[in-house]
Design a binder for this molecule. Structure first.
Ligand code: SF4
Ligand code: SF4
Length: 377
């Protein structure tokens, strides 16, 4: 008797042949002169001796484009510490990619910026820790950073490169959000990213020092809404709220293993920049396998791709293909189980306790920062 195989569901099709990724975050290094307490790098930072060499990055970029990647975001740590950055940007640009540099700006001078521009760099995303110089330099633990950032922003715009100002907001700088918006306008930025700290890695260690109160958050949300209205067509403002005060989780990375991959300085291929915080997942390395093979069948990518892994509440929820169950790293950090409902979701059994914890920590005096540095955790 000839038994017909059941036709594949969308779920099994997603797992067997995932759509190509759109973007690659190339974390060239974990070295950085700043020491932000909310840094999204893992707590166990890679040393420079473990970094991929230039030839491997050139090969990986070719493989990424072959796989379908359209955008390459050069990041770190501070990517400008890499001597081969211009070569890597030129290569990615020559392959037809949109290239973005994510930088703290303190090591990049005008001449090197011009070299990057000539190599085909398309965009610069520059981080600011605050508008108040003393506070900014205390958060980043780097004297003289603010003046250098302002100078670089001007040089970026003189070249005609589009600029995004990235403002990571927390209880220490939220009171100056209006000034941050003014700063982005003064710098002629096209886009301002107002991103509340997301609590993994270093930020989780510093949560009690960084979490804003509910009142601070509500005020910030109101300021952003008014500014968006007032500055329509002049400044685009992206806004990411802290998950601890959310009712539904964000669609983290547009879904695990759906649109995005991240390569760590040592060559691990990750579904998101924080994925190494989930212990027990094994990440394939670009030194051992092609990027295409890793994207299609790496166990770490398959683990939470699609909806089959989801707990019952998510599997039967009409938002399951909108937020994809939220953030796996956050679920792991707060519940110890990466396949739990993200506690940012009001339907999680942990939601109320997380919200109470946030209110308690944000209402107490902030402890000193644990600065991001090798061995600092
Ligand atoms: S968040 Fe701060 S410490 Fe981390 S890479 Fe960016 S500038 Fe460096
Ligand atoms: S139950 Fe799951 S899918 Fe539904 S909103 Fe919450 S996290 Fe999202």
């Amino acid at each position: 008797m000839n038994v017909l195989a059941p036709s594949p569901t969308k779920e099994t099709a997603d797992l067997a042949a995932p759509a190509p990724p759109l973007a690659l975050l190339a974390e060239l290094t974990h070295r950085c002169p700043l020491q932000c307490p909310y840094c999204s790098n893992p707590v166990e930072l890679e040393r420079s001796g473990a970094e991929l060499d230039t030839d491997t990055w050139l090969r990986v970029l070719r493989e990424a484009v072959g796989l379908g990647v359209l955008q390459v975001h050069f990041s770190g740590g501070e990517p400008t510490v890499r001597k081969d950055l211009v070569e890597l940007v030129r290569h990615a640009s020559g392959l037809g990619c949109y290239t973005n540099l994510i930088t703290s700006g303190v090591l990049l001078d005008g001449a090197r910026l011009k070299d990057l521009y000539d190599a085909g760099l398309d965009h610069v995303q520059l981080s600011f820790q605050d508008t108040d110089v003393e506070s900014a330099e205390r958060i980043g633990n780097f004297k003289g950073a603010q003046a250098r950032k302002l100078e670089l922003a001007a040089q970026v715009r003189e070249l005609g490169l589009p600029l995004t100002v990235n403002a990571v907001v927390n209880r220490h700088n939220l009171g100056r959000l209006e000034e941050m918006i003014e700063l982005a306008l003064d710098l002629d930025a096209e886009r301002l990213e107002v991103a509340h700290v997301q609590y993994y890695g270093w930020a989780l260690k510093n949560r009690a020092a960084l979490l804003p109160t509910r009142e601070q958050l509500d005020q910030a949300t109101c300021i952003v809404a008014q500014a968006r209205e007032r500055l329509k067509g002049r400044l685009m403002i992206d806004y990411v709220i802290p998950d601890y005060y959310a009712k539904r989780p964000k669609s983290c990375m547009g879904g695990w293993g759906r649109q995005f991959l991240n390569i760590s300085p040592a060559g691990k291929v990750l579904p998101c920049h924080a994925a190494e915080s989930i212990t027990g997942l094994v990440f394939d390395q670009v030194q051992d396998k092609s990027l295409a093979e890793i994207w299609r069948s790496s166990p770490a990518f398959q683990a939470y791709r699609g909806t089959a892994w989801m707990p019952e509440t998510c599997r039967t929820c009409d938002r399951r293909e909108i937020d994809w169950g939220g953030c796996r790293c956050q679920a792991f950090a707060l519940t110890g189980a990466a396949d739990a409902i993200d506690p940012a979701c009001g339907l999680s059994p942990h939601h109320a306790e997380i919200f109470e914890l946030a209110e308690r920590e944000a209402g107490a005096p902030p402890p000193p920062f644990v600065y991001r540095r090798i061995g600092g955790a």
